[in-house]
Ligand binder design. Structure first.
Ligand SMILES: *Cc1c(COP(=O)(O)O)cnc(C)c1O
Length: 402
């Protein structure tokens, strides 16, 4: 079939566009509706109560008794808040590479004047090597490393790191560095127990598993992180934790006017998440991810599609990166979007052809099977090599849960 758009050929894209990229995710209609409202008084009354209720509930999502902070920014702002409130110029920071995002967080740290060392991943498609972390920390007998930065899930490769095992390695080495985890891709999708796993600072953002449009950064900080705040010299006005805690005027919690529509949206999203229950939310994502993984496994063939992450235990439940090998990935994504109204995530951070399916947030089987079925139809249209039906495999993976 022709690549060109044929005026006589009907396009099937009309209808609700399906967004299957790893953030922003599909927003629940109730979240969008909650945001669409007139502006309230920001000094007292309903908005203040709503804001305090959001701050009270955010720790439940990360399973922590630590303090939550909301920035009016994306995840990059949350990264900056985490670093500047806890560290001093010249401090040594160890970045654990796995895919792309931890390294970019490290680049920000370098710009801030921190001394960044990147512990390189053994391979682009594997999780952080916990033993290598243990060795590096054991070698740091002077405890020069002040903070360790890692992502729970890397959104470029779809690898999931074992945060609990990393904490065990830090403890095994008796190392006092602050442990900071980027959960921007994974919060609200992957099991995450901040306190139990001994994470000192967690960062996230609104637009992925948290199901609120882009615009909020989220930071959770424990007592060790707040102790570090006392000596941190990178802190600047907007990001400063101190002025946000128990201020006389409520707006100071946001260093200015609160992000009102987003707070209403977050209230609704928290009601959805906590109403479902975090254990159920995580289990749902694991099951839905299982369907995606079953589809990719079925499609897989030497010169066609295949998993980017080789080890099944290291595959994220929030997003999946798929190698396309001989299949023209640009054509695949173009046909999906132009002809069928399905937006797939483009490959980032490498030259080898790949695409990504986001399966975070507000998601159920018809949405997911629509995505997988459309991909399969496009592969068929392209005469692409295919092992078997991914849709059949995904349906079979879901069946025990229905
Ligand atoms: C999306 C993402 C980021 C960047 O978040 P922004 O909101 O775009 O700043 C950082 N880290 C991870 C793991 C992500 O998935």
């Amino acid at each position: 079939m022709s690549h060109e758009h044929d005026a006589l050929r009907p396009s099937l894209r009309h209808g609700r566009q399906a967004l299957s990229i790893p953030g922003p995710s599909v927003m629940p209609d109730s979240v969008l509706a909650a945001m669409h409202r007139p502006m309230p008084n920001i000094y007292e009354g309903e908005l203040v109560e709503l804001s305090m209720s959001v701050l009270e509930d955010l720790p439940k999502v990360a399973h922590t008794s630590g303090t939550p902070y909301i920035t009016i920014s994306n995840g990059h702002g949350a990264w900056e808040m985490a670093l500047t409130n806890t560290l001093c110029r010249g401090d040594k920071v160890l970045v654990l590479e796995s895919g792309r995002f931890a390294v970019v967080w490290g680049e920000m740290a370098t710009q801030l004047g921190l001394d960044v060392e990147v512990l390189l991943a053994p391979d682009a498609s594997t999780a952080v090597d916990v033993d290598a972390v243990a060795d590096r920390l054991a070698a740091d007998t002077a405890h020069e490393i002040r903070a360790i930065l890692v992502v729970q899930v890397d959104t470029a490769t779809s690898v999931r790191n074992d945060v609990e095992a990393l904490r065990a390695a830090i403890d095994g080495a008796g190392h006092p560095a602050l442990f900071m985890v980027d959960c921007i891709a994974s919060m609200g999708c992957e099991r995450y127990l901040m306190d139990e796993w001994g994470v000192d600072v967690t960062v996230a953002a609104s637009q992925k598993g948290m199901m609120v449009p882009p615009g909020l950064g989220l930071v959770w900080a424990n007592q060790r992180a707040h102790d570090a705040r006392a000596t941190a010299d990178l802190v600047t006005g907007y990001w400063d934790w101190n002025q946000r805690n128990d201020p006389a005027e409520h707006y100071k919690r946001y260093s200015g006017t609160p992000p009102i529509p987003h707070l209403y949206g977050m209230r609704e999203a928290l009601d959805l998440l906590l109403g479902e229950g975090m254990d159920q939310v995580w289990a749902r994502h694991e099951i839905l991810a299982g369907a995606v993984h079953a589809a990719v496994q079925a499609w897989s063939v030497d010169d066609g599609l295949g998993f980017f992450i080789a080890d099944p235990a290291e595959r994220s439940f929030a997003t999946t990166t798929i190698r396309t090998n001989s299949i023209d990935v640009d054509d695949l994504r173009l046909r999906a979007e132009r002809d069928a109204g399905l937006v797939l995530g483009l490959g980032i951070g490498a030259d080898d052809p790949r695409f990504r399916i986001g399966h975070m947030g507000h998601l159920n089987p018809p949405m997911l099977l629509g995505t997988l079925g459309t991909i399969e139809a496009v592969l068929t249209a392209m005469d692409a090599p295919m092992g078997g039906s991914g849709v059949a495999a995904a349906a079979a993976a879901l069946a025990p849960h229905l």
